[in-house]
Design a protein around this ligand. Structure first.
Ligand SMILES: Nc1nc2c(ncn2[C@@H]2O[C@H](COP(=O)(O)OP(=O)(O)OP(=O)(O)O)[C@@H](O)[C@H]2O)c(=O)[nH]1
Ligand SMILES: [Mg+2]
Length: 443
């Protein structure tokens, strides 16, 4: 695979040696944000690329042919030759034509931001499901980029093997990719079913899931390890975690919960990638509580929070109770571990350092208070002899309405703090009288 137009989305060559890269970043005049470039360099390093040189330029709008201007493109080509670079990494989404034009001018592979993120994902995926998802996302990306592989792929080649008569190579490639995408999707569906079953078992047992979400490198895995004493890979790399990791976590007053560590988010995440990871993010979508971990020492923390909120909205997880966890406060001189409350005295944010073990007790406290605040609505059907339980419900002050039927059954609607509910149904006498199958959740 020495030809530059082959294997475009894979950065690492076969021998798995480090690629030497030139980084290209364009500042748009209204937004001269140096952190964008810093983050891109970190992305490149996370992909195990050796950065030879960084070329920046300013524009008001992208240029159609090369994205950068013609003069800049020539400068890039000269630098590639002088430094013997293997790849050009461009911190934007390029059109297939721009990639192709830049490749032929510079005689060097060109990978854009999406391609780079996909490459990191491909390197990181460990689970069967993760690998399937990455391959699916890569193929979807490849199919949009296909026109670039022009030479030798666009001519009529006649009916050979799988190809239909009169089909061009490009059409064949498209068709094969479509077939493979279909295969991957049906395999993913199977894996997904299994995952759903596991989740349903947990839901039946009424075990709440707490999901760690947040911008990549915020410290989710470090916190996960801190909370569960697990040994999950945490590193100063972007997208260190790809597959979700689940652990039991016992919390005082709440009981058993499941804590989920998840893939980090990043701004400008391609839409296809989000949808490819939807099933991985399912743990997030169905969580009882989200811990949104923020790197409090990042100058762009507000933008990062915004980017994460956008992805949460995209996967319909924006209605789930959420607690902001400002991490890495050891990097800031002025902030001590504390909880921030809203007007109704409900925790909204906790300031901690996962790495230095500061404020973890406060985090637990806030989680308990936050889950306490979560109300559940049930309709119970109680037999006449359940008087004692009915009395308990009255004591808890949670009965909203009660209807007594002719045969003496009680139909009771309750609104109850979720933790109280979990405690209640654990009591032996309640267990004996309450027919779980008769309980209905009311919206
Ligand atoms: N100074 C400081 N560094 C921290 C703290 N928590 C985590 N880190 C560091 O931040 C880096 C990223 O941590 P991870 O836990 O891998 O971050 P993550 O959010 O899981 O990242 P992805 O899996 O890539 O999304 C590591 O180098 C950690 O050691 C903290 O409280 N203080
Ligand atoms: Mg992680």
């Amino acid at each position: 695979m020495s030809s530059q137009s082959e294997n475009n989305i894979s950065l690492n060559n076969k021998e798995n040696t480090q690629d030497n890269a030139i980084i290209v970043h364009t500042f748009f005049l209204q937004n001269k944000n140096i952190e964008d470039l810093t983050e891109f360099k970190l992305l490149a390093e996370s992909a195990n690329v050796n950065i030879l040189s960084t070329i920046t330029t300013s524009r008001t709008t992208p240029q159609a042919k090369y994205f950068v201007g013609k003069g800049k493109a020539e400068e890039i080509a000269e630098t590639v030759k002088a430094l013997k670079a293997d790849v050009i990494l461009v911190n934007h989404s390029l059109t297939p034509a721009q990639t192709r034009n830049l490749e032929s001018l510079c005689e060097c592979r060109v990978v854009d931001r999406t391609g780079l993120i996909l490459d990191i994902f491909a390197q990181r995926a460990r689970s069967h499901e993760g690998k399937l998802q990455v391959e699916l996302a890569q193929l979807k990306y490849l199919s949009t980029q296909l026109i670039r592989r022009k030479t030798g792929l666009d001519q009529q080649k006649g009916a050979v093997g799988l190809r239909g008569p009169g089909e061009t190579q490009l059409e064949t490639d498209r068709r094969l990719i479509k077939v493979r995408i279909g295969q991957l999707q049906s395999r993913l569906e199977k894996v997904n079913k299994q995952r759903n079953q596991n989740r349903q078992t947990r839901q039946k047992a009424d075990i709440p899931t707490i999901s760690l979400v947040g911008y990549t490198n915020a410290g989710k895995s470090t916190l996960f390890n801190r909370l569960t004493s697990a040994d999950v890979y945490a590193a100063d790399q972007l997208f260190a975690t790809l597959d979700p990791t689940l652990r039991r976590l016992s919390i005082q007053d709440v009981g058993t919960t499941i804590l989920a560590d998840t893939v980090g988010f990043i701004r400008d995440l391609p839409h296809d990638l989000v949808s490819a990871f939807k099933s991985t993010l399912q743990e997030t979508i169905e969580a009882s509580l989200l811990l949104h971990v923020v790197d409090a020492s990042d100058p762009r923390k507000l933008e990062n929070i915004q980017a994460v909120n956008e992805v949460l909205a995209e996967i319909n997880a924006d209605k789930i109770p959420l607690l902001l966890v400002y991490n890495k406060i050891d990097q800031l001189d002025t902030i001590m571990p504390h909880i921030e409350y809203d007007d109704e005295n409900i925790p909204v944010a906790v300031y901690i350092s996962a790495h230095h073990n500061q404020g973890i007790d406060l985090l637990f406290k806030a989680i308990i208070e936050k889950l306490r605040n979560k109300m559940s609505y049930f309709r119970l059907l109680l037999p006449p002899q359940a008087g004692k339980l009915r009395h308990k419900l009255y004591q808890l002050n949670c009965i909203q309405q009660e209807i007594i039927s002719d045969n003496g059954d009680f139909m009771i609607d309750i609104k109850i703090d979720h933790i109280e509910w979990l405690k209640l149904i654990k009591q032996q006498d309640v267990k004996e009288i309450l027919d779980i199958s008769q309980i209905k959740l009311i919206e």
